[in-house]
Design a protein around this ligand. Structure first.
Ligand SMILES: [Zn+2]
Length: 431
């Protein structure tokens, strides 16, 4: 009893201490910038191949082969499992190589011969529990795990960034003989993305074709939205250089579906504009459950200066070839981070030509006032390193890195992709 009350006093004391420490006397509320402010300058990093550790693939069996965990599917990531007793399991999630951005992707299946409730603790290599778990019974339709089945262990402190995430998480899962999928975000592997590409390509004005192979020889597909042979103004849209960035992909998907729609606006737009889309820049990373890199062990969005990786080279060669026939008027690269944010190139660099990006952001913000989104413009374009800077410097297109939050609501992502498409179509048609 005495020990218990001492602990209780200790906990109470540390809560008071934490609460008072959080108030920084140097920062008043009005001075404090609100919302996610974005990352700073990206350091220059070499992009020549680095070794990648492929995960062991298989099924883990426990308790006289009555409970099973598996990573034998595309997009899976599960590096180790141990049974701790009392229906409690610890699993380990490690990165493809290091150093690496803290995007600890996980995805596994679990099933049991008899229905039962188990708890699973997620542990990471040099990271915290960034992604809130999604659950599925078919590997296609996912929803967030019910909050009553989620326990954050050592919750984070800041508003954004890895320090805001809990150190680890414990999930309660009701398992039965059919596999349950637990994943960091919804699964959009190369085959799922290709299904979407093929279904959209049923429209008479959309086709898709390979533009080259990835490091591990997966085909990179490009979608071409072209209704009119004389539509010589072109847009370049890419996404998923970073495999776990599914929310960016979902906004891009809605953006492309809006441009491909039967609306009057879209039809008029397509009369003058052709759209090129590479929806999955890093198919190897997506299918191998990578945290960030391609099979060359490299962050592709640092390779748009030196082009050491096949994925970036394929898009570069495509752009160089198309630049002979088209005038590129807009480029966007969709990503995900801690919260929605825009990374345009500053007009001190792009001048009058780059203003359209800022007008566009303003128009989107006016239509979506429910979510205030910061802008972090960059005035450095040398070395180009990241896609948007390469797009601008070498092909003259006003370009942006369009970032969505990991936890931004899925209906809002869809709406934002749609609004973003409508507003850029209007602005480009006014030019
Ligand atoms: Zn990214």
């Amino acid at each position: 009893m005495r020990i218990k009350s001492l602990i209780a006093i200790g906990v109470l004391f540390s809560i008071i201490l934490t609460a008072s420490c959080k108030k920084n006397p140097d920062t008043t509320e009005t001075e404090k910038k609100s919302g996610y402010q974005g990352q700073g300058k990206s350091p220059i990093v070499p992009t020549v191949d680095k070794p990648v550790q492929k995960q062991w693939k298989g099924v883990w069996a426990f308790n006289d082969s009555t409970i099973f965990f598996s990573n034998k599917f595309e997009g899976a990531r599960l590096n180790g499992v141990a049974y701790d007793g009392d229906d409690h399991y610890s699993i380990w999630i490690t990165a493809e190589n290091t150093p690496i951005n803290v995007s600890p992707w996980y995805a596994f299946q679990v099933w049991s011969k008899e229905p039962r409730d188990i708890t699973v603790q997620l542990n990471y290599q040099d990271s915290r529990s960034r992604y809130y778990p999604k659950i599925s019974v078919d590997g296609r339709n996912f929803k967030p795990l019910d909050s009553t089945n989620f326990k954050a262990i050592n919750p984070g402190e800041d508003d954004f960034g890895i320090k805001a995430a809990p150190e680890s998480a414990e999930l309660t899962i009701s398992v039965n003989e059919n596999p349950t999928w637990i994943t960091a975000q919804e699964l959009y592997t190369s085959s799922v993305v290709k299904e979407w590409v093929d279904s959209l390509s049923l429209k008479p004005f959309i086709e898709n074709y390979p533009i080259g192979l990835s490091k591990e020889k997966r085909t990179m597909h490009l979608m071409e939205i072209k209704e009119n042979e004389d539509a010589k103004k072109a847009l370049m849209i890419i996404s998923r250089q970073h495999p776990p960035e599914v929310t960016g992909f979902l906004a891009m998907k809605s953006f492309i579906e809006t441009i491909s729609s039967d609306s009057q606006l879209a039809k008029e737009f397509r009369h003058e504009h052709t759209v090129f889309v590479v929806p999955l820049m890093n198919p190897d990373g997506a299918d191998n459950g990578h945290w960030r890199h391609n099979m060359g062990g490299i962050d592709l969005n640092r390779d748009w200066q030196n082009f050491n990786q096949p994925e970036t080279r394929n898009v570069r060669d495509f752009l160089v070839a198309k630049d002979k026939d088209y005038e590129f008027v807009f480029g966007a690269d969709f990503h995900s981070t801690w919260d929605d944010i825009y990374y345009p190139i500053d007009t001190t660099v792009t001048g009058e030509k780059g203003k359209i990006i800022f007008d566009w952001i303003e128009n989107i913000s006016e239509r979506l006032p429910q979510k205030r989104t910061n802008i972090s413009a960059s005035d450095e374009i040398d070395p180009t390193m990241v896609s948007s800077k390469y797009f601008y410097v070498h092909h003259g297109m006003p370009a942006i890195v369009f970032e969505l939050g990991d936890n931004t609501s899925r209906p809002f992502l869809k709406e934002k992709g749609k609004v973003a498409a409508e507003e850029i179509m209007k602005l480009l048609m006014e030019q």
